[in-house]
Design a protein around this ligand. Structure first.
Ligand code: IMP
Ligand code: MG
Length: 175
């Protein structure tokens, strides 16, 4: 595989994002909701750089198989109450944008005081929705990437860098 972002690149980007979040919210209490599972490493690194009163929760998204293939399913059972709170949704990557748009729509119905979104990566030229994240750490080319939380068939999340998969990597994953 080909490294797109090394550990030093990611560290710099994450620190810049933490500063932007701090500049925006100041000392106001913030609730961060991460989209499982791709958000875990990104979210863990960002929240350790934030000093405002902070609550953290998660939502899980997945796609149905079979007839409803591609339809997004959102599990918000582990999400704390966000009504009347400043909320920042965090995901690993903005690709077509359907995941972020649907999760934001669901969260908006719960009447947070404010609702914004942050992603580590945004894939150029893939967007199919009329909204985009408020904070983007890196714009990347349209390649399938893994590492730093992102997976292919549930593997590679533990890589400390972000890499684009090549055909040989795809064949080597044991199903
Ligand atoms: P979207 O709904 O098309 O924006 O897709 C977002 C979700 O698809 C992300 O939360 C990721 O889980 C997954 N995804 C999209 N592109 C990639 C990629 O290049 N590598 C790994 N996961 C990806
Ligand atoms: Mg995801």
């Amino acid at each position: 595989m080909k490294t797109l972002l090394n550990q030093a690149d990611i560290k710099k980007g994450v620190e810049k994002l933490a500063q932007e979040i701090t500049d925006h919210y100041g000392e106001r209490p913030l609730t961060i909701i991460g989209v499982m599972t791709g958000c875990i490493i990104f979210m863990a690194d960002v929240i350790r750089l934030l000093e405002m009163p902070l609550r953290v929760g998660v939502v899980q998204t997945s796609s149905y198989d079979g007839v409803d293939r591609g339809r997004l399913k959102i599990n918000s059972e582990m999400m704390p109450d966000i009504t009347g709170r400043d909320v920042l949704l965090m995901d690993d990557i903005f690709d077509t944008g359907h995941t972020l748009k649907e999760v934001l729509r669901l969260m908006d119905e719960l009447n947070p005081t404010s609702l914004k979104s942050a992603v580590l990566l945004s894939k150029t030229g893939r967007q199919e929705v009329d909204c985009s994240p408020d904070f983007v750490v890196f714009d990347i080319p349209d390649e399938f990437v893994v590492g730093y939380g992102l997976d292919y068939e549930d593997e590679y999340r533990n890589l400390p860098f972000v890499a684009a998969l090549e055909p040989a990597d795809i064949q080597s994953v044991v199903k």
